[in-house]
Design a binder for this molecule. Structure first.
Ligand SMILES: NC(=O)c1ccc[n+]([C@@H]2O[C@H](COP(=O)([O-])OP(=O)(O)OC[C@H]3O[C@@H](n4cnc5c(N)ncnc54)[C@H](OP(=O)(O)O)[C@@H]3O)[C@@H](O)[C@H]2O)c1
Length: 324
């Protein structure tokens, strides 16, 4: 990879793309180069507000631009598969928003195509790159506080009801699990590994998507993870690990840059973290490092991790009878 700035292209300039672009401005050797929308006007408007050089009114057209180094896919879940394959056909490296796709079969095909084409592909699951999450994992792994006994993590907000919006519309992959429940599920997998047993229940709404989803992971050593997500109620959005000798609590909203409190019987300490932007800069820096090293797979958010995550999400959906 060349020495100059890495040229990013944004495919699907919606809400998260704007935040990602803000974070990208904090990445030293990154450049927001191109933006593609299904409408040229929207691409131009995005560039005016968030930066970027070249606006395209079609995704396909942008992928013909030879200067593009890496594409950030930020379309609704159900299009991640199609847009990843489109980028791969054009030989473009990809950072694709979570969930990687709608089911394991799609993720497998995305991975096998990336391997075949020898092109970099990573799911934009930003959690493992965040300093406060890395701190928590280091504290747990240090063994200083004993073993984990229990994890509880929730993520809930009260989304304005919109039958045709991405959060409620089934054909766009609506529901809480794939949108935000994915974070508590990932945290459990990241800290505890694959569970022995998964139990789940959900409340499906008028549009037949899970408005509320409760998941319990059980591990052979008696450890449990209680995970909750909802798009119809604001919930604390806190993650707490109960260990043998301490409680480690990540404050609200724990999935984005937040503070960490460690409470032992004798002492309580809180650690804050300096973060320059929304926190997407950490995953973006990692992608750049991988590209500069000529890698085609992340050594942090690996294919194995994405496959594990989508398999568990599939299993939960089977349990709550939610089919897309
Ligand atoms: N990592 C995070 O923290 C985070 C946070 C929020 C969302 N996300 C993920 O990012 C993805 C997008 O979420 P968002 O909230 O940014 O969505 P959004 O605001 O609705 O933006 C999605 C964009 O996709 C494009 N698009 C293409 N086909 C579409 C269709 N048929 N219907 C609607 N939009 C379509 C649209 O751009 P054009 O029509 O202009 O091309 C739209 O602006 C989701 O998969 C979500 O899980 C991640």
């Amino acid at each position: 990879m060349k020495a100059e700035k890495i040229k990013w292209a944004i495919l699907g300039p919606g809400k998260i793309a704007a935040k990602f672009a803000t974070s990208l401005r904090h990445v030293e050797d990154a450049e927001i180069y191109a933006v593609a929308s299904r409408s040229l006007e929207r691409a131009e408007d995005f560039i005016n507000k968030n930066g970027g050089k070249k606006a395209f009114g079609s995704y396909e057209e942008m992928l013909q631009d030879e200067a593009v180094d890496v594409v950030y896919i930020a379309t609704p879940h159900v299009f991640h598969y199609e847009h990843t394959l489109l980028c791969l056909q054009n030989g473009k490296a990809i950072l694709c928003e979570k969930p990687f796709a709608i089911n394991r079969q799609q993720v497998e095909e995305m991975i096998s195509t990336a391997r075949e084409k020898q092109v970099f592909l990573m799911e934009a699951m930003w959690t493992p790159f965040l300093p406060h999450i890395q701190f928590v994992i280091d504290q747990i792994n240090s063994g200083a506080y004993g073993k984990i006994k229990k994890l509880t993590a929730d993520f809930g907000f009260n989304a304005p009801y919109n039958e045709s919006g991405r959060l409620f519309l089934k054909s766009l992959g609506g529901g809480s699990l794939l949108d935000i429940g994915i974070y508590p599920v990932f945290l459990a997998l990241h800290s505890l590994g694959l569970p022995e047993k998964i139990q789940a229940k959900a409340q499906l709404g008028k549009t037949e998507v899970d408005e509320i989803c409760d998941v319990v992971f059980s591990y052979s050593n008696g450890v449990t993870a209680e995970l909750h997500s909802t798009i119809i109620k604001k919930t604390p959005t806190v993650a707490e690990f109960e260990l043998e000798k301490a409680n480690i609590r990540i404050s609200s909203r724990w999935h984005e840059p937040a503070t960490v409190t460690i409470a032992t019987p004798g002492e309580t300490t809180t650690k804050t973290f300096d973060v320059a932007s929304f926190g997407y800069e950490y995953e973006a820096r990692h992608v750049q490092e991988m590209l500069r090293k000529g890698r085609t797979e992340s050594d942090v958010m690996s294919f194995e991790k994405s496959l594990q995550l989508i398999s568990v999400l599939d299993e939960i959906r089977k349990e709550i009878r939610l089919e897309y």
